[in-house]
Design a protein around this ligand. Structure first.
Ligand SMILES: [Zn+2]
Length: 459
């Protein structure tokens, strides 16, 4: 079992995970007001793969990624879609499960919904009122920020730089502009509400996560994660709520950098598409996963056709390696090459270096560099027996399907693919989407590339 270290946003230091403890990880999931974009996929991939790596090392990891299905943005988007907010949120939640399912990485251990956690949310707010950290006002409940001395410790902001980003109408109900809402009274234009001791209403976003994390992982857990855009106010407020209520809460705060759109125009024809589902259709799941781990998780990552084409090329390089070296031809080097070589590392030492990189603040680019070094050495005949090491490495980052032998698609699938091309040419995108689903049911993923559409076995 390796010692695994993670950079903690709160202390700025590397923190070692306790191998004796369950490693509970709570990562903030999407607010389901639209289809998710590739930026939302980054924390999903980073935390799914971190949990996978920890388990492979023998840690007891438990990953929770929530779904925020009660939120201002959902009411607004549902109104625009002329749909009841509940049904709209259900539809978008299903789309999120489908899109992230197509990444082929499995599911988190728990995916709680805010709508299913109302009891825990109300209980937590009750505790805060009883302790003097929150107050009811006009059917709303607010957190009394100045009652929590450690407020601001995560984001290191002065109070002048703190804007809770709440609607102007709530200002008159607050004791202090710094305070933020835990519960909001039902409004005329909202088509759902829940009962509470303070009247019908709905929870604020921040308290939803404090309550869902506690419900799934208990009052104290190892890692709280999410995008760096959530540090303030969302995570600052989660700390205030949970710690003021006497919970120890997260021991390490782990934030991923943002995906940055290129300066070019966003368009499908440019390949500069931003929705996860579209990116998966165009580039395939392996390239999307490879792209999302191509930079260190804490750094921003540039998105656009260039980086995606590079990811396609990298995954093809690995696929070709398995095509050439699997089966009878397993990349055996001659005895002279094995002895002499050019002093290259053995497959075993590359594999160890790969795992060491992941244990060192989950450094995926450094880990993947080991994969490509070993692939290059094997292709040049400098090492033998590289196939199993490369297979173990790519499986750890969710790319094990690159090692699978391809079969021909067969008549039915090829005929459907041709029909889909005709439908697209006729701009009948509804039919084209139907055919993509039919092909998926047959076990094929359609991948659109510059050379036309092709069929790839689904993960
Ligand atoms: Zn959250």
């Amino acid at each position: 079992m390796r010692e695994v270290r993670i950079r903690d946003t709160l202390s700025g230091e590397l923190r070692t995970l306790d191998p004796e403890d369950e490693v509970g990880i709570y990562a903030c999931g999407p607010t389901v007001y639209s289809r998710i974009h590739i930026g939302n996929a980054r924390p999903f991939v980073v935390f799914m793969l971190l949990a996978r790596f920890l388990r492979s090392e023998g840690y007891r990891a438990r990953l929770v990624i929530n779904v925020t299905d009660i939120n201002d943005k959902i009411y607004e988007a549902a109104r625009q879609a002329s749909e009841p907010s509940e049904r709209f949120a259900e539809r978008m939640t299903a789309a999120y499960f489908e899109d992230t399912g197509n990444l082929g990485l499995g599911r988190p251990d728990a995916e709680p919904l805010a709508t299913e956690t109302i009891g825990g949310i109300v209980g937590l707010i009750d505790d805060l009122i009883a302790a003097g950290h929150a107050y009811e006002s006009g059917g709303d409940v607010y957190f009394r920020v100045r009652s929590f001395a450690a407020y601001g410790k995560l984001s290191n902001r002065s109070t002048e730089e703190m804007d809770q980003g709440e609607e102007a109408g709530s200002a008159s109900l607050k004791e202090d502009p710094l305070d933020f809402a835990l519960w909001k009274a039902h409004k005329q234009d909202e088509d759902s509400s829940w009962d509470s001791p303070w009247g019908p209403g709905r929870p604020g976003w921040h308290i939803e996560c404090s309550a869902m994390a506690e419900a799934e992982l208990g009052p104290s857990f190892a890692i709280h994660g999410g995008g760096s855009d959530l540090v303030f106010p969302h995570h600052e407020n989660e700390i205030a709520q949970s710690e003021a209520a006497g919970r120890a809460f997260a021991r390490v705060w782990m934030h991923n950098g943002m995906i940055q759109k290129g300066t070019g125009k966003m368009s499908k024809s440019e390949g500069n598409i931003f929705q996860l589902g579209e990116a998966l259709d165009r580039y395939g799941r392996e390239a999307v996963v490879d792209y999302l781990i191509s930079g260190h998780y804490r750094q921003p990552l540039a998105f656009g056709p260039g980086p995606m084409e590079q990811a396609v090329a990298r995954t093809e390089r690995i696929r070709n390696f398995f095509r050439e070296h699997s089966g009878g031809n397993s990349g055996e080097a001659s005895p002279e090459q094995q002895r002499g070589g050019s002093g290259e590392a053995s497959p075993e030492s590359r594999l160890e270096a790969f795992k060491d990189a992941l244990a060192d603040d989950f450094n995926t680019p450094r880990a993947m560099a080991e994969v490509f070094e070993l692939v290059g050495e094997a292709n040049r005949g400098e090492v033998s027996g590289a196939v199993e090491a490369v297979r173990e490495m790519v499986e750890l980052v969710g790319l094990g399907s690159l090692a699978e032998a391809e079969q021909g698609a067969g008549g039915e699938a090829e005929a459907l693919l041709a029909e889909r091309e005709q439908a697209r040419a006729a701009k009948d995108f509804g039919r084209a989407d139907e055919i993509r689903d039919e092909l998926a049911a047959l076990g094929w993923e359609v991948r659109d590339s510059a050379d036309g559409a092709k069929l790839v076995p689904r993960a």
